[in-house]
Design a protein around this ligand. Sequence first.
Ligand code: FMN
Length: 360
Amino acid sequence: MNDPLFAPVRLGALSLANRIVMAPMTRDRAGPGDVPTPLMSEYYRQRASAGLIVTEGTQPSPEGKGYWRTPGIWSQEQIAGWASVAEAVHAEGGKIVMQLMHCGRVVVSANRGYDADVIAPSAMRCTDLVPGPDGVPASCAEPRAMHAEDIERVVGEFGQAALNARAAGLDGVELHCASGYLINQFLNPASNRRTDSFGGSPENRAAFPARILAHMAELIGPGRVGLRISPGNPYNGMDTADPAPVFTALLRAADQIVNPASKERLAYVHVIDMGLADLDTLGMVRSNWSGPIIANNNLKAESARALLEGDRAEAVSFGRAFIANPDLPERLRTRAALRKPDYTLLYVGEGRGYTDYQSL
Ligand SMILES: Cc1cc2nc3c(=O)[nH]c(=O)nc-3n(C[C@H](O)[C@H](O)[C@H](O)COP(=O)(O)O)c2cc1C
Protein backbone atom coordinates (compact mmCIF):
# COMPACT_ATOMS: atom_id res chain seq x y z
CA MET A 1 0.00 0.00 0.00
CA ASN A 2 1.31 3.45 -0.88
CA ASP A 3 1.49 5.56 2.26
CA PRO A 4 0.86 9.21 1.29
CA LEU A 5 3.09 10.35 4.16
CA PHE A 6 6.08 8.90 2.33
CA ALA A 7 5.61 10.31 -1.17
CA PRO A 8 8.40 12.81 -1.87
CA VAL A 9 7.30 16.40 -2.40
CA ARG A 10 8.71 19.70 -3.57
CA LEU A 11 7.98 22.90 -1.64
CA GLY A 12 9.43 25.74 -3.71
CA ALA A 13 13.18 25.10 -3.88
CA LEU A 14 12.99 22.45 -1.14
CA SER A 15 12.84 18.76 -2.10
CA LEU A 16 11.49 16.66 0.77
CA ALA A 17 12.00 12.90 1.02
CA ASN A 18 8.66 12.55 2.81
CA ARG A 19 5.70 14.75 3.76
CA ILE A 20 6.26 14.67 7.51
CA VAL A 21 7.40 18.07 8.78
CA MET A 22 8.66 18.78 12.28
CA ALA A 23 6.76 21.86 13.48
CA PRO A 24 8.70 24.73 15.08
CA MET A 25 9.06 24.35 18.83
CA THR A 26 10.69 26.77 21.25
CA ARG A 27 12.68 24.75 23.80
CA ASP A 28 14.68 27.43 25.66
CA ARG A 29 18.08 25.76 25.54
CA ALA A 30 20.24 28.34 23.77
CA GLY A 31 23.57 29.18 25.41
CA PRO A 32 25.01 32.55 26.49
CA GLY A 33 24.58 35.18 23.78
CA ASP A 34 21.53 33.24 22.55
CA VAL A 35 23.89 30.95 20.63
CA PRO A 36 22.77 27.45 19.55
CA THR A 37 24.66 24.78 21.49
CA PRO A 38 26.01 21.31 20.61
CA LEU A 39 23.05 19.88 22.55
CA MET A 40 20.69 21.64 20.12
CA SER A 41 22.63 20.17 17.18
CA GLU A 42 22.16 16.73 18.67
CA TYR A 43 18.42 17.31 19.23
CA TYR A 44 17.85 18.34 15.61
CA ARG A 45 20.17 15.59 14.29
CA GLN A 46 18.04 12.99 16.09
CA ARG A 47 14.93 14.29 14.27
CA ALA A 48 16.47 14.60 10.79
CA SER A 49 14.36 11.80 9.29
CA ALA A 50 11.53 14.33 9.02
CA GLY A 51 11.07 15.44 5.41
CA LEU A 52 11.68 18.95 6.74
CA ILE A 53 12.54 20.40 10.14
CA VAL A 54 11.32 23.89 10.99
CA THR A 55 13.51 25.18 13.80
CA GLU A 56 12.27 26.77 16.99
CA GLY A 57 11.40 30.47 16.71
CA THR A 58 14.65 32.40 16.29
CA GLN A 59 14.99 36.16 16.75
CA PRO A 60 16.24 38.19 13.78
CA SER A 61 17.45 40.96 16.10
CA PRO A 62 17.95 41.70 19.82
CA GLU A 63 14.54 43.46 19.83
CA GLY A 64 12.90 40.32 18.52
CA LYS A 65 13.60 38.34 21.70
CA GLY A 66 10.79 37.94 24.20
CA TYR A 67 11.34 34.57 25.84
CA TRP A 68 13.97 32.94 27.99
CA ARG A 69 16.97 31.38 26.23
CA THR A 70 15.68 31.53 22.67
CA PRO A 71 18.35 31.52 19.95
CA GLY A 72 19.15 34.42 17.62
CA ILE A 73 20.51 34.73 14.09
CA TRP A 74 22.04 38.19 14.20
CA SER A 75 25.56 37.63 15.64
CA GLN A 76 28.56 35.79 14.17
CA GLU A 77 28.53 33.37 17.13
CA GLN A 78 24.87 32.56 16.51
CA ILE A 79 25.53 31.97 12.81
CA ALA A 80 28.37 29.60 13.73
CA GLY A 81 26.13 27.74 16.19
CA TRP A 82 23.40 27.32 13.56
CA ALA A 83 26.00 26.14 11.04
CA SER A 84 26.69 23.17 13.34
CA VAL A 85 22.96 22.44 13.57
CA ALA A 86 22.52 22.56 9.79
CA GLU A 87 25.58 20.38 9.26
CA ALA A 88 24.29 17.76 11.71
CA VAL A 89 20.87 17.60 10.02
CA HIS A 90 22.32 17.51 6.51
CA ALA A 91 24.76 14.75 7.47
CA GLU A 92 21.70 12.60 8.22
CA GLY A 93 20.12 13.50 4.87
CA GLY A 94 17.56 15.91 6.35
CA LYS A 95 16.41 19.40 5.42
CA ILE A 96 16.03 22.32 7.83
CA VAL A 97 14.57 25.82 7.60
CA MET A 98 14.75 28.45 10.30
CA GLN A 99 11.64 29.97 11.78
CA LEU A 100 12.16 33.72 12.12
CA MET A 101 10.17 34.91 15.11
CA HIS A 102 9.99 38.51 16.30
CA CYS A 103 8.03 38.72 19.55
CA GLY A 104 7.06 42.39 19.14
CA ARG A 105 5.19 43.31 22.32
CA VAL A 106 5.27 39.81 23.84
CA VAL A 107 8.39 40.49 25.88
CA VAL A 108 9.25 39.76 29.50
CA SER A 109 12.20 42.12 29.92
CA ALA A 110 14.04 39.82 32.34
CA ASN A 111 14.09 37.13 29.63
CA ARG A 112 16.42 39.15 27.49
CA GLY A 113 19.49 39.72 29.61
CA TYR A 114 20.14 43.07 27.87
CA ASP A 115 18.40 46.37 27.16
CA ALA A 116 16.58 46.82 23.87
CA ASP A 117 13.36 48.55 22.88
CA VAL A 118 10.06 46.71 23.02
CA ILE A 119 8.28 47.53 19.76
CA ALA A 120 4.80 46.89 18.46
CA PRO A 121 2.42 48.24 15.80
CA SER A 122 0.73 50.37 18.50
CA ALA A 123 1.63 51.25 22.09
CA MET A 124 -0.69 48.59 23.56
CA ARG A 125 0.62 46.17 26.14
CA CYS A 126 -0.06 42.44 25.92
CA THR A 127 -1.99 41.72 29.11
CA ASP A 128 -1.46 37.94 29.01
CA LEU A 129 1.10 36.56 31.45
CA VAL A 130 3.89 34.77 29.60
CA PRO A 131 6.76 32.58 30.83
CA GLY A 132 9.59 34.57 32.37
CA PRO A 133 13.00 33.26 33.47
CA ASP A 134 12.82 29.51 34.19
CA GLY A 135 9.24 29.49 32.92
CA VAL A 136 7.68 31.42 35.82
CA PRO A 137 4.67 33.45 34.49
CA ALA A 138 5.39 37.18 34.28
CA SER A 139 3.93 40.43 32.87
CA CYS A 140 4.84 41.73 29.44
CA ALA A 141 6.65 45.05 29.04
CA GLU A 142 5.01 48.26 27.82
CA PRO A 143 5.82 48.57 24.08
CA ARG A 144 6.34 51.69 22.04
CA ALA A 145 4.69 52.10 18.64
CA MET A 146 6.94 51.54 15.65
CA HIS A 147 7.77 54.66 13.62
CA ALA A 148 8.02 54.61 9.83
CA GLU A 149 11.82 54.22 10.21
CA ASP A 150 11.32 51.21 12.49
CA ILE A 151 9.23 49.54 9.80
CA GLU A 152 12.00 49.92 7.23
CA ARG A 153 14.65 48.86 9.74
CA VAL A 154 12.80 45.70 10.83
CA VAL A 155 12.14 44.70 7.21
CA GLY A 156 15.90 45.03 6.72
CA GLU A 157 16.61 42.97 9.83
CA PHE A 158 14.48 40.10 8.53
CA GLY A 159 16.33 40.27 5.23
CA GLN A 160 19.69 40.11 6.97
CA ALA A 161 18.46 37.25 9.18
CA ALA A 162 17.42 35.29 6.08
CA LEU A 163 20.87 35.86 4.58
CA ASN A 164 22.47 34.80 7.86
CA ALA A 165 20.39 31.61 7.97
CA ARG A 166 21.54 30.76 4.45
CA ALA A 167 25.14 31.64 5.38
CA ALA A 168 24.82 29.13 8.23
CA GLY A 169 23.76 26.50 5.70
CA LEU A 170 20.06 26.27 6.51
CA ASP A 171 17.84 25.49 3.54
CA GLY A 172 15.53 28.47 3.99
CA VAL A 173 13.41 30.45 6.41
CA GLU A 174 9.82 30.49 7.65
CA LEU A 175 8.23 33.81 8.68
CA HIS A 176 6.27 33.41 11.92
CA CYS A 177 3.00 35.26 11.22
CA ALA A 178 1.10 33.28 13.88
CA SER A 179 0.26 33.12 17.57
CA GLY A 180 0.21 36.80 18.47
CA TYR A 181 3.83 37.79 17.78
CA LEU A 182 4.97 40.91 15.90
CA ILE A 183 3.66 40.00 12.46
CA ASN A 184 0.36 38.74 13.85
CA GLN A 185 0.18 41.95 15.94
CA PHE A 186 0.16 43.91 12.65
CA LEU A 187 -2.55 41.69 11.17
CA ASN A 188 -4.84 41.96 14.17
CA PRO A 189 -7.01 44.96 15.14
CA ALA A 190 -6.57 44.19 18.87
CA SER A 191 -2.91 45.25 18.61
CA ASN A 192 -2.84 47.37 15.44
CA ARG A 193 -4.53 50.77 15.72
CA ARG A 194 -2.22 52.48 13.23
CA THR A 195 -3.53 55.25 11.03
CA ASP A 196 -0.76 55.01 8.39
CA SER A 197 -0.62 52.60 5.45
CA PHE A 198 0.13 49.66 7.82
CA GLY A 199 -3.16 49.91 9.74
CA GLY A 200 -6.85 50.00 9.00
CA SER A 201 -7.99 47.88 6.06
CA PRO A 202 -7.10 44.18 5.84
CA GLU A 203 -4.75 44.98 2.93
CA ASN A 204 -2.99 47.66 5.00
CA ARG A 205 -2.61 45.35 8.00
CA ALA A 206 -1.12 42.67 5.73
CA ALA A 207 1.31 45.12 4.10
CA PHE A 208 4.11 44.74 6.68
CA PRO A 209 4.42 40.93 6.42
CA ALA A 210 4.06 41.19 2.65
CA ARG A 211 7.00 43.63 2.58
CA ILE A 212 9.12 41.31 4.72
CA LEU A 213 8.31 38.26 2.59
CA ALA A 214 9.09 40.12 -0.63
CA HIS A 215 12.38 41.43 0.76
CA MET A 216 13.52 38.01 2.00
CA ALA A 217 12.45 36.45 -1.31
CA GLU A 218 14.55 38.95 -3.21
CA LEU A 219 17.60 38.19 -1.08
CA ILE A 220 17.51 34.37 -0.82
CA GLY A 221 15.00 33.38 -3.52
CA PRO A 222 11.25 32.97 -3.04
CA GLY A 223 11.47 29.18 -3.08
CA ARG A 224 13.37 29.26 0.21
CA VAL A 225 10.83 31.39 2.06
CA GLY A 226 7.71 30.02 3.76
CA LEU A 227 5.16 31.60 6.04
CA ARG A 228 3.20 30.34 9.02
CA ILE A 229 -0.28 31.51 9.99
CA SER A 230 -2.87 30.62 12.65
CA PRO A 231 -6.12 32.37 11.69
CA GLY A 232 -8.44 32.82 14.66
CA ASN A 233 -5.81 32.02 17.30
CA PRO A 234 -6.56 34.00 20.53
CA TYR A 235 -3.02 33.57 21.85
CA ASN A 236 -1.27 36.69 23.26
CA GLY A 237 -4.36 38.88 23.21
CA MET A 238 -5.39 38.48 19.58
CA ASP A 239 -8.97 39.28 18.55
CA THR A 240 -10.50 36.13 17.04
CA ALA A 241 -13.42 37.78 15.19
CA ASP A 242 -13.55 37.40 11.41
CA PRO A 243 -9.99 36.36 10.52
CA ALA A 244 -10.75 35.61 6.85
CA PRO A 245 -10.41 39.12 5.32
CA VAL A 246 -6.93 39.89 6.64
CA PHE A 247 -5.57 36.39 5.98
CA THR A 248 -7.08 36.46 2.50
CA ALA A 249 -5.23 39.74 1.91
CA LEU A 250 -1.97 38.29 3.23
CA LEU A 251 -2.27 35.08 1.19
CA ARG A 252 -3.05 36.98 -2.01
CA ALA A 253 -0.06 39.25 -1.44
CA ALA A 254 2.15 36.21 -0.78
CA ASP A 255 0.85 34.58 -3.95
CA GLN A 256 2.03 37.56 -5.98
CA ILE A 257 5.65 37.23 -4.90
CA VAL A 258 7.56 35.71 -7.78
CA ASN A 259 11.09 35.83 -9.13
CA PRO A 260 10.68 37.53 -12.52
CA ALA A 261 13.44 35.47 -14.15
CA SER A 262 12.88 31.98 -12.74
CA LYS A 263 9.12 32.39 -12.05
CA GLU A 264 9.81 30.76 -8.69
CA ARG A 265 7.24 31.46 -5.95
CA LEU A 266 7.29 31.23 -2.15
CA ALA A 267 7.94 27.73 -0.79
CA TYR A 268 4.81 27.09 1.28
CA VAL A 269 2.17 28.31 3.68
CA HIS A 270 2.22 26.47 7.02
CA VAL A 271 -1.25 26.55 8.57
CA ILE A 272 -2.12 26.00 12.21
CA ASP A 273 -5.76 25.01 11.71
CA MET A 274 -7.59 26.17 14.84
CA GLY A 275 -10.67 24.16 13.86
CA LEU A 276 -12.85 27.26 13.65
CA ALA A 277 -16.59 26.59 13.61
CA ASP A 278 -17.40 29.21 10.96
CA LEU A 279 -14.34 29.04 8.68
CA ASP A 280 -12.82 26.21 6.64
CA THR A 281 -9.28 27.43 7.27
CA LEU A 282 -7.46 25.08 4.90
CA GLY A 283 -10.05 25.77 2.20
CA MET A 284 -9.59 29.51 2.65
CA VAL A 285 -5.83 29.09 2.22
CA ARG A 286 -6.30 26.87 -0.85
CA SER A 287 -8.52 29.39 -2.59
CA ASN A 288 -6.19 32.36 -2.05
CA TRP A 289 -2.76 30.78 -2.38
CA SER A 290 -1.67 28.65 -5.33
CA GLY A 291 1.40 27.01 -3.76
CA PRO A 292 1.97 24.13 -1.34
CA ILE A 293 0.28 23.93 2.07
CA ILE A 294 1.68 22.35 5.22
CA ALA A 295 -1.21 21.53 7.57
CA ASN A 296 -0.80 21.45 11.35
CA ASN A 297 -2.54 21.09 14.64
CA ASN A 298 -3.41 18.03 16.61
CA LEU A 299 -2.82 15.66 13.71
CA LYS A 300 -2.63 11.93 14.24
CA ALA A 301 -1.32 9.45 11.67
CA GLU A 302 -4.73 8.82 10.14
CA SER A 303 -6.01 12.42 10.08
CA ALA A 304 -2.69 13.45 8.52
CA ARG A 305 -3.01 10.79 5.80
CA ALA A 306 -6.60 11.87 5.14
CA LEU A 307 -5.53 15.50 4.58
CA LEU A 308 -2.94 14.42 2.02
CA GLU A 309 -5.26 11.96 0.28
CA GLY A 310 -8.04 14.55 0.17
CA ASP A 311 -5.71 17.10 -1.45
CA ARG A 312 -6.19 19.46 1.48
CA ALA A 313 -2.43 19.83 1.99
CA GLU A 314 0.86 18.82 0.37
CA ALA A 315 2.58 18.08 3.68
CA VAL A 316 1.66 17.75 7.37
CA SER A 317 3.51 18.88 10.45
CA PHE A 318 3.75 17.42 13.93
CA GLY A 319 4.96 19.29 16.98
CA ARG A 320 4.50 17.48 20.26
CA ALA A 321 4.76 14.03 18.66
CA PHE A 322 8.34 14.81 17.63
CA ILE A 323 9.40 15.65 21.18
CA ALA A 324 9.34 12.11 22.57
CA ASN A 325 9.58 10.31 19.21
CA PRO A 326 12.72 11.48 17.44
CA ASP A 327 12.15 8.80 14.79
CA LEU A 328 8.51 9.78 14.27
CA PRO A 329 8.48 8.99 10.51
CA GLU A 330 9.62 5.42 11.15
CA ARG A 331 6.98 5.02 13.87
CA LEU A 332 4.27 6.34 11.55
CA ARG A 333 5.47 4.07 8.74
CA THR A 334 5.36 0.96 10.93
CA ARG A 335 2.29 2.14 12.86
CA ALA A 336 4.23 1.79 16.10
CA ALA A 337 2.96 3.29 19.36
CA LEU A 338 3.97 6.88 20.09
CA ARG A 339 5.55 7.91 23.37
CA LYS A 340 4.25 10.88 25.35
CA PRO A 341 6.65 13.68 26.26
CA ASP A 342 7.36 14.82 29.79
CA TYR A 343 5.65 18.22 29.67
CA THR A 344 7.47 19.45 32.77
CA LEU A 345 10.68 19.43 30.71
CA LEU A 346 9.52 21.41 27.67
CA TYR A 347 11.47 24.53 28.59
CA VAL A 348 13.90 23.31 31.26
CA GLY A 349 16.11 20.30 31.88
CA GLU A 350 18.88 20.75 29.28
CA GLY A 351 19.37 17.21 27.88
CA ARG A 352 16.62 15.72 30.04
CA GLY A 353 13.32 15.61 28.18
CA TYR A 354 15.19 16.87 25.11
CA THR A 355 17.84 14.57 23.70
CA ASP A 356 17.24 11.52 25.93
CA TYR A 357 14.17 10.12 24.13
CA GLN A 358 15.19 6.93 22.34
CA SER A 359 14.50 5.91 18.76
CA LEU A 360 13.04 2.44 18.17
C1 FMN B 1 6.92 23.28 23.37
C2 FMN B 1 6.29 23.96 22.19
C3 FMN B 1 6.91 25.07 21.64
C4 FMN B 1 6.37 25.71 20.52
N1 FMN B 1 7.05 26.76 19.94
C5 FMN B 1 6.62 27.26 18.75
C6 FMN B 1 7.41 28.22 18.04
O1 FMN B 1 8.53 28.60 18.43
N2 FMN B 1 6.91 28.69 16.87
C7 FMN B 1 5.69 28.30 16.37
O2 FMN B 1 5.28 28.75 15.31
N3 FMN B 1 4.94 27.37 17.03
C8 FMN B 1 5.38 26.83 18.17
N4 FMN B 1 4.66 25.85 18.79
C9 FMN B 1 3.43 25.33 18.14
C10 FMN B 1 3.75 24.07 17.32
O3 FMN B 1 4.56 24.39 16.21
C11 FMN B 1 2.47 23.39 16.80
O4 FMN B 1 1.74 24.32 16.03
C12 FMN B 1 1.59 22.89 17.94
O5 FMN B 1 2.33 22.12 18.87
C13 FMN B 1 0.43 22.03 17.39
O6 FMN B 1 0.95 20.91 16.70
P1 FMN B 1 0.88 19.44 17.38
O7 FMN B 1 -0.58 19.20 17.72
O8 FMN B 1 1.38 18.49 16.33
O9 FMN B 1 1.73 19.48 18.60
C14 FMN B 1 5.16 25.22 19.94
C15 FMN B 1 4.53 24.12 20.53
C16 FMN B 1 5.09 23.48 21.62
C17 FMN B 1 4.39 22.26 22.17
